[in-house]
Design a protein around this ligand. Structure first.
Ligand code: DQA
Length: 144
């Protein structure tokens, strides 16, 4: 199984960025933990991060026919981007939405997620572990 893990804006600043909200670990650590877990589960992963909405749309489109599923933390674009929602709907790949923090316990504007309606699952508030849970979910529910 091949999974694409996408991270949106400011996730490259993990560790530096509001550690009380997002945890003390760096983006590099996040990537290593994802890679280690994928290896242990026998799943292939590609991990990417960008600060740009259109690049996320491009990567979701390019995933069609290449990947079996997408794990995405769209960052702030979660709460604003119809384009990312449309891209996920267009390619029809099973997608899991992940957030490090629990957006339901934060500002009201974070309670809206455009992408959620196109996702098979949302995992939030579990920090880095949330990404690993998403990989485990795909390993246990292999897309047809
Ligand atoms: C986030 C939550 C979003 O509200 C925020 O804009 C982020 C990170 C999270 O992982 O908790 O950039 O997606």
């Amino acid at each position: 199984m091949k999974l694409l893990v996408l991270n949106g804006p400011n996730l490259n600043l993990l560790g530096l960025r509001e550690p009380e909200v997002y945890g003390p670990h760096s983006y590099k650590t996040l990537c290593s933990r994802i890679q280690e877990h994928a290896d242990a589960m026998g799943v292939q992963v590609t991990i990417r991060q960008t600060n740009h909405e259109g690049i996320l749309v491009d990567w979701i489109q390019e995933a069609y026919g290449v990947y079996d599923g997408i794990i995405i933390n769209p960052g702030a674009y979660t709460h604003t981007s119809v384009a990312i929602l449309d891209a996920v709907k267009a390619v029809g790949l099973p997608t899991i939405e992940v957030h490090l923090s629990d957006t339901t316990k934060r500002e009201a504007f974070r309670r809206i997620s455009y992408i959620r309606s196109a996702c098979v699952k949302t995992i939030q508030g579990h920090g880095i572990e949330g990404y690993l849970e998403a990989i485990t979910y795909f390993a246990e529910h292999p897309p047809a």
